[in-house]
Design a protein around this ligand. Sequence first.
Ligand SMILES: [Zn+2]
Ligand SMILES: [Zn+2]
Length: 250
Amino acid sequence: MTGRWANTLMNAVADRVWPRVCAVKECSRPSDRPGRHLCSACFAGLPFHGAEGCCSVCGIAIPSTVHHGFVCEVCAKTKPPYEFARSAVVYEPPVDQLVNDFKFRHATWLAEDLADLLEGAVRAKFDFSSIDAVVPVPLSRERLRERGYNQSALLARSLGRRINRRVDERSFRRIRDTEHQSRLSGEERSKNLSGAFKATDARYVRGRTVLLVDDVMTSGNTFAHCARALLEGGAARVWCASVARRLREG
Ligand SMILES: [Zn+2]
Ligand SMILES: [Zn+2]
């Protein structure tokens, strides 16, 4: 009895740590990509940002053909402090499920699959050899303690290793805890983030080209507030990359 119980427990632990089937809920295929948890069919079928037009600043997809330097209405009005932002995939099924599992359900084993997406976007859309530091969007100390990990830091570490760039998790901090952004309106989000970030060690920021990394970009408010703080800390320029892009509400 004890042996059977131990066996069941071991299997449950193994399944939790090394899921043997694809991480997409509706798919029951084995994960055939070595060291990854998404099968090749699901990975290839993700809603990639394709060759369609996009805003040259925030990267939001534009359904019609647009010229190279097109700037969307929101960016024309708000003038984001970052040079530009790009994302790999659209935040729609199954990306929403994967990101939520990764972020809120401790599915940290998905870091490499999601970093595959991030790396693809960075290699295709950025002059990545000019990047001096890869910096994750930081969590507050309270949130980090609550969650146990910063999902953006896991992505930044993997990306930095792959493109051979320094990852900096020390010189840029969230100095004030903020409400969960998803519960707030656009204007509230912006107010909520004001003064939340700070470049705490200017030596590693001054004059640098910084690539900010996050899991999801929605309005771009978080990137904008981080970029502003990094520029105030002396960064030369800030670029932003996220795994997924959630379309603006409304
Ligand atoms: Zn699959
Ligand atoms: Zn834009």
